[in-house]
Design a protein around this ligand. Structure first.
Ligand code: HEC
Length: 204
């Protein structure tokens, strides 16, 4: 049996289980801006989650192969990736990076195909942030410090809004995420319509 003094102590002392939950540590991979609203370069993006690589991608069926090939690599901040695993879509403060690199032949023992070069040819970031018009913004970096928001209207926004499978991002090309999005039912109506009505008739 509890002695009265102990009982009294238990009543007046805060019980550990009743303490408010510890505040969730803010994720250190959220977008960060300069005082004038430029996105700071996400210095640790090479430690983020890799989604895909594409080579010489073009939306134009008549595009001829460029004389120099180029790879693109897509990365996402880990906190957004974890959230996508739960919900099939992106949370606020998602950052997706598109890094372009040159392609090389005949390096070291490689005699066929192409490998990625150290030469960075472009660096763009797609940010989901409720404080931006439309909830998403594009930033194109021409230096490793910061980049201005690409203002609407721009082709970036229209192509992504019209053709990307999940929440204006090209999840149809991110193989580990696309199956998940289909299961969670987060694929956009526009994308489902697009694949149901191919613009180029199939020939035998
Ligand atoms: C004609 C269509 C089109 C236009 C215009 C376009 N993109 Fe994209 N974008 C794509 C495709 C397709 C991918 C998927 C790349 C892959 O699979 O490797 C992509 C992927 C991206 C990604 C990776 C994250 C995501 O949203 O899926 C970023 C960042 C990006 N584009 C930035 C830009 C910026 C900045 C512009 C404008 C300067 C732009 N894009 C214009 C088609 C487009």
């Amino acid at each position: 049996m509890l002695r009265p003094t102990l009982l009294l102590l238990m009543l007046v002392l805060p019980r550990p289980s009743a303490a408010p939950p510890a505040p969730v540590a803010p994720s250190d991979d959220a977008p960060s801006y300069t005082a004038d609203g430029q996105l700071k370069f996400p210095k640790k993006y090479r430690e983020w989650v890799f989604l895909t690589s594409g080579i010489d991608m073009s939306y134009n069926p008549k595009a001829t192969a460029a004389s120099h090939s180029m790879f693109d690599n897509v990365f996402v901040n880990p906190s957004a990736y974890r959230s996508f695993q739960e919900t099939g879509t992106w949370p606020d403060k998602t950052m997706l990076v598109l890094e372009n690199r040159g392609a090389e032949n005949d390096i070291s023992i490689n005699k066929r195909g192409k490998t990625q070069s150290a030469e960075m040819m472009g660096f763009e970031v797609h940010v989901k942030d409720a404080s931006l018009e439309g909830g998403w913004g594009f930033f194109g970096f021409d230096n490793p410090e910061s980049a201005k928001l690409i203002k609407r209207p721009a082709a970036c926004y229209s192509c992504h809004e019209e053709h990307a499978a999940v929440d204006t991002t090209f999840v149809q090309f991110y193989p580990t995420l696309f199956e998940l999005a289909k299961k969670k039912g987060t694929v956009s109506a526009a994308y489902l319509h697009e694949i149901a009505t191919p613009s180029v008739p199939k020939t035998k």
